[in-house]
Write a protein that binds this ligand. Structure first.
Ligand code: SAH
Length: 191
């Protein structure tokens, strides 16, 4: 059975994360991934969760409260400013990050993730990623602006140094309506 895209994205994250870890939700959106990350890292772990829309931050806050999850810092700002928020003690300690690209369903479709900001955030996370850590991007590309972001990401990530990173693309190529696919970056263990 081939895993669907979202369950596979979660599986990749869960394989890389253990209780006590420091992780990032780069795009809270409806808060679904933030909850998953809080569960995976547990009460001794930490989740940094970003979104530029107050609506997304509020939705996420409510989901977390209803699940009694508190090991999270909700940040109402762009993920491209990560370095301003990452505590000194968490430098080099990130074991996973997730991005859901595109717009927030049910909200303003013109507020979308932007290629330059996404790449800046990815590069900042990479510089703080632990060996064995992973960044998972769920690439939605059916909206205006989505194709450009997809092309920018594929171009940038395909050039990451092979000796340091494994970069995966996972998706179904016979589905209609431009379904999302995964781009995942794993920092190799040093040998
Ligand atoms: N397309 C996905 C959901 C994507 S939600 C789906 O259909 O399930 C993307 C979220 O990223 C939105 O809530 C949006 O506000 C947020 N966002 C956009 N630019 C951002 C940035 N620079 N930093 C953090 N969040 C951002």
């Amino acid at each position: 059975m081939l895993k669907r895209v979202i369950p596979y994205a979660h599986e990749l994250i869960q394989c890389a994360v253990k209780p006590g870890d420091v992780v990032i939700d780069a795009t809270c959106g409806n808060g679904h991934d933030t909850v998953m990350l809080c569960r995976a890292t547990g009460e001794h772990g930490k989740v940094y969760a970003f979104d530029i829309q107050l609506e997304a931050i509020e939705q996420t806050k409510q989901k977390l409260q209803s699940e009694s999850l508190a090991n999270v810092q909700l940040i109402h700002d762009g993920h491209q400013h990560l370095n301003q928020y990452l505590a000194q003690e968490d430098h080099g300690r990130i074991t996973a990050a997730i991005f859901n690209l595109g717009y927030l369903p049910g909200s303003d479709k013109t507020i979308i993730t932007k290629p330059a900001e996404t790449l800046s955030a990815i590069d900042q996370i990479i510089s703080h990623l632990k060996p064995g850590g992973i960044i998972v991007c769920v690439v939605y590309h059916g909206h205006p602006g989505g194709e450009v972001e997809k092309a920018t990401l594929l171009n940038h990530l395909s050039q990451l140094e092979q000796r340091e990173f494994n970069v995966l693309q996972y998706g179904f190529i016979n589905q209609k309506n431009k379904p999302p696919f995964i781009l995942a970056i794993e920092k190799k263990q040093t040998d």
